[in-house]
Design a protein around this ligand. Structure first.
Ligand code: GAL
Length: 314
């Protein structure tokens, strides 16, 4: 049994197998945490437009009671091997899955970045399931806000409204918009943010009535400085507040890229930032870095730790 987080070290599931949940998210539902992510447990092929890639396998899911120990719940949205034109065909890209429960429909909705290996398809795919652990039924993909969509995230606000953030215009501009009540379509309510700012890996969370948007620069699998921006309104305007990472290698986001932030249930002000330390020569061996977020007022600080426990939140 694990009793601490060891960022950057191999993280095995309850069977002793390395966890495959890259570009992921964590959802809390009825007493359990669920970690969804990209399964990249295949051969890394060099020479793709982004340097290297793994044939799509699908989205995996793990469950946990304590956030340290995870049970593999299997592939909940598998890639498709028999229809080359399908969005989820093994020759395609399935990245950054995010899952939200829809109280109105009683379904879990999964969002994925679906793409062709040249990253020109650039769409948002959705899938739904009655059960958190799937199987998720793929509904198809859209071009949100009539503009390309690569790295993306979704956030459910306190009033149940769901917002999509996606890197668009070839990653130059971050679009943010409200989704329809079934979460499967965009609406006319959206804004363009950080125009020509080239931000990707968007991560949004809310604390004390303010919205925080973390993101990375655009250097593919290679690390770059993270950035945080703060807004009173979820659709902006966003005030850029610089790099929240602190300490050694913080200018390279600890050789990693942000993917999600969630709060620990039952603890006050306990937010965990999830990062991927990509290994572009062996993508399936990419490591996970989870670190606590510290706040001083609205200033956010994420500091490297070799090992830490939830008790650090008090
Ligand atoms: C990253 C992006 C990843 C993946 C990668 C491909 O910048 O955040 O999700 O698309 O590029 O190089």
């Amino acid at each position: 049994m694990r009793t601490s987080f060891t960022p950057g070290k191999i993280w095995q599931d309850s069977e002793g197998v390395s966890i495959q949940a890259h570009g992921g998210c964590v959802l809390y539902y009825e007493g359990l945490y669920y970690w969804f992510g990209e399964n990249k447990n295949g051969t890394t092929k060099p020479g793709s437009v982004v340097g290297s890639s793994v044939d799509a396998i699908g989205v995996s899911c793990y469950s946990s009671t304590d956030l340290y120990n995870w049970v593999n719940m299997g592939l909940v949205l598998p890639a498709v091997s028999d229809s080359p034109e399908h969005d989820l065909h093994t020759s395609k890209i399935i990245e950054r899955p995010k899952v939200i429960y829809n109280d109105l429909t009683g379904k879990f909705v999964m969002f994925v970045h679906v793409d062709t290996p040249d990253y020109r398809y650039a769409r948002l795919g959705t899938a739904t399931s009655e059960k958190v652990t799937g199987p998720y039924k793929y509904l198809g993909s859209i071009i949100p806000h009539n503009s390309d969509s690569r790295d993306m995230t979704v956030i459910k606000d306190d009033d149940g409204k769901v917002f999509l953030f996606h890197s668009s215009e070839w990653n130059a501009t971050m679009y943010a918009g409200e989704l329809s009540s079934d979460y499967c379509h965009t609406t006319n309510t959206f804004t363009k943010n950080f125009e020509q700012g080239y931000r990707e890996a968007p991560v949004v969370f809310k604390r004390c009535g303010k919205y925080y948007l973390l993101s990375s620069g655009c250097t593919g699998w290679d690390p770059n400085p993270a950035q945080v921006a703060i807004a009173e309104n979820i659709l902006g305007p966003w005030k850029v507040r610089g790099n929240p990472c602190a300490g050694p290698d913080s200018d390279k986001t600890f050789f990693a890229q942000i993917t999600f932030v969630f709060s620990v249930v039952g603890k006050a002000d306990a937010y965990i930032a999830m990062f991927d330390r990509w290994n572009k020569r062996d993508l399936g061996a990419s490591r996970y870095i989870w670190l606590p977020i510290r706040f001083t007022g609205e200033t956010l600080r994420i500091e490297w730790m070799d090992e830490w426990e939830l008790t650090c939140f008090g």
